[in-house]
Write a protein that binds this ligand. Structure first.
Ligand SMILES: [Zn+2]
Ligand SMILES: [Zn+2]
Length: 355
């Protein structure tokens, strides 16, 4: 397939001003490949960029947003022999510098040279151009070959799954038989349920405010759904664990109350991973964690190759991204796609855009 000189791309011009424009198709440098994008999901991270901005993002008027994308390899840069033209691939966001202490130990989502492209760092759709376009350049470190059995649309959920899996990994990852509570039935929470079950968790309890989301969570493997508007989630988790509390709690809700609930529902000596991004400082009784010997972990995104591992779980049918996709749009309707996600029109969960 010949590569055109220009492409359609969604460019951020100012806060809340995304325009579809014609842009040059980028050329891959050494260690990079050009991806012909076939689908890109909308994520809360995109909305944060559009409404408030993020550190080290490209200048307004130049920045092509989008980071949850998949497609096929259209061109290879120098030294790339890991992929061949036509390979179906999905991307992960973070390519660390590869030379700082964090990158060397696999924590490349918190690279100490974040945003420093001269040192080799790039976060697709955050610090460099991303996937709401017809083409994007990626470093090979952020490309994963897609098995034939996984559709391009489903592949766009892999960063979400990888983030949930990384949250389990960071807390030790050895959860067979454990009671796991997942707070928040958004995309990350729904993937956290599935990853927990795939890794052998015992009872998985999901909390949230909407019955239809809790029902989807149960379809995807949660044993119990707790609507926090109708029941006290802490009491419920205690009741379901003989008064002890959950062994492991994944906080996937940025609601102010969620962290306090997590601290109160975790077993003494248990673990909590915070996956949610809180918009404001949160008031919480952190002394509970100290008093009860509870370990607190956080993750930012999808480190330690967790997207690769998530893809393996998806290939084996142990996690399902298809069920999260509620809407698809054409790239020309990018603003409609973004509004659908933000306003949760028709209970939008994952919104996927096709160039
Ligand atoms: Zn995202
Ligand atoms: Zn680094």
């Amino acid at each position: 397939m010949p590569i055109p000189e220009t492409m359609k791309a969604a460019v951020l011009y100012d806060f809340n001003d995304v325009r579809l424009e014609e842009r040059p198709v980028p050329a891959p440098g050494p260690g990079e490949a050009l991806v012909k994008i076939e689908a890109c999901g909308v994520c809360a991270g995109d909305i944060k960029i559009i409404t408030r901005g993020m550190p080290k993002q490209p200048p307004m008027g130049e920045f092509i947003i989008g980071h949850e994308y998949a497609g096929t390899i259209a061109a290879l840069g120098e030294t790339v022999d890991e992929f061949k033209l036509g390979d179906r691939v999905v991307v992960e966001v973070h390519k660390g510098c590869g030379r700082c202490r964090n990158c060397i130990t696999g924590k490349y989502t918190v690279c100490l040279n974040y945003g420093n492209s001269a040192k080799g760092h790039r976060a697709n759709g955050f610090t460099t151009n991303g996937g709401f376009a017809e083409y994007a350049v990626n470093h090979v470190n952020t490309l994963i070959k897609l098995p034939d059995t996984i559709s391009i649309d489903e592949a766009t959920t892999i960063t979400t799954a990888g983030t949930s899996l990384y949250g389990i990994d960071m807390a030790g990852g050895y959860i067979p038989g454990d009671t796991v509570a997942v707070l928040g039935p958004g995309s990350i929470g729904l993937m956290a349920i599935q990853c927990s079950k795939a890794l052998g968790a015992g009872q998985v309890i999901l909390t949230g405010t909407r019955d239809n989301r809790l029902a989807l969570g149960k379809k995807l493997g949660a044993d119990i759904g707790v609507n926090v508007k109708k029941e006290d989630p802490v009491q419920k988790v205690k009741a379901l664990t003989g008064g002890r509390g959950a062994d492991f709690v994944l906080v996937a809700s940025g609601q102010e109350a969620s962290l306090q609930q997590a601290l109160e529902m975790t077993r003494k000596g248990g673990d909590i991973t915070i996956l949610a991004h809180f918009e404001k400082p949160v008031m919480t009784d952190i002394g509970l964690a100290v008093k009860n010997g509870i370990n607190l972990y956080t993750v930012r995104g999808e480190g330690r190759m967790s997207c690769h591992r998530a893809l393996s779980l998806m290939e084996e049918g142990k996690i399902n991204g298809k069920s999260l996709i509620t809407h698809t749009f054409s790239l020309k309707d990018i603003n409609e796609a973004l509004a659908t996600f933000v306003e949760r029109r028709d209970d939008a969960l994952k919104v996927v855009v096709h160039p």
